[in-house]
Design a protein around this ligand. Structure first.
Ligand SMILES: O=P(O)(O)OC[C@H]1O[C@H](OP(=O)(O)OP(=O)(O)O)[C@H](O)[C@@H]1O
Ligand SMILES: Nc1ncnc2[nH]cnc12
Length: 181
C-alpha cells in the first residue's frame, strides 16, 4: 500500500518552501500557496515570472489578497503598471465595476469591486491577468469580464501556480496537484 504525500515542497529559483496543507470542502488536503508575509518567496517567484509576461502586455490586473504582493513585485521588475480589484466595497469608490465570482476552490462565492478610476486605466489596453494560483479558473474568468467591461482586452492569464486542470489557458511557473490525499 502506498501512502499519499501530506506535504509538498516547491522550489522557485533558489528558494524552497514546504507548502502547508489545508482541508478545503470535500476535496481532501490542498497545498496552500501563501505570499502574504513571505517577501523572499514572493520576490523569487516574481523574478521567474517576468519572462512569462505575454508580449504586448500594457497593464497587469490582479485581485487582493494573496496575489497582490506578487503583482507588485512583477510590476517593479517589468516596469508595467498594475491595477488591483478588491473583494469589498469601499466608501471612496467611484462608480465601481461589480463582478461576481461564481465559485472559488478555497473560498465562498465572492464579488469583485474595481474602482471606476482604476477601470479607466484598463480602457483600450492589452491586459494580463496575474494570480498566485489558478485552480477552478472562476476568479480568472471574473477578472477577464472586468477587463472587457472596462474596455480592455485580455492578453493572457499568468499565475505562479496552476492547480489541477483549469479550463483556461494559463501560463504558470509550476503545476500543483489538485489534492494531496
Ligand atoms: O481559480 P480559483 O478557484 O478561482 O482560485 C484561485 C483564487 O483563490 C485564491 O484566493 P483566496 O480565496 O485564497 O483569497 P485571498 O487571495 O484573498 O486569500 C487565489 O488568490 C486565487 O485568487
Ligand atoms: N493552492 C492554493 N493556494 C492558495 N490559494 C488557492 N486558491 C485555490 N487554490 C489555492
Amino acid at each position: 500500500m502506498t501512502t499519499a504525500p501530506q506535504e509538498l515542497t516547491v522550489t522557485i529559483g533558489d528558494v524552497s518552501r514546504t507548502l502547508p496543507t489545508v482541508r478545503a470542502g470535500g476535496m481532501g488536503r490542498v497545498p496552500l500557496v501563501e505570499f502574504i508575509g513571505d517577501s523572499e518567496f514572493t520576490k523569487a517567484v516574481a523574478q521567474e515570472m517576468v519572462a512569462l509576461i505575454p508580449a504586448g502586455t500594457e497593464v497587469l490586473l490582479t485581485v487582493v489578497t494573496n496575489a497582490l504582493p506578487l503583482t507588485h513585485e512583477l510590476s517593479d521588475r517589468s516596469g508595467l503598471p498594475y491595477v488591483c480589484a478588491r473583494k469589498k466595497r469601499r466608501t471612496y469608490m467611484q462608480q465601481p465595476l461589480i463582478q461576481d465570482v461564481p465559485s472559488m476552490t478555497l473560498g465562498v462565492a465572492e464579488t469583485l469591486w474595481l474602482d471606476g478610476p482604476h477601470a479607466e486605466r484598463l480602457n483600450g489596453k492589452r491586459v494580463t491577468i496575474v494570480q498566485d494560483v489558478v485552480a477552478s479558473g472562476g476568479t480568472a474568468q471574473a477578472l477577464a469580464r472586468l477587463v472587457e467591461r472596462a474596455g480592455g482586452t485580455v492578453s493572457g492569464y499568468l499565475a505562479a501556480f496552476r492547480q489541477g486542470t483549469p479550463t483556461l489557458d494559463v501560463i504558470a511557473l509550476q503545476d500543483l496537484p489538485r489534492t494531496l490525499s
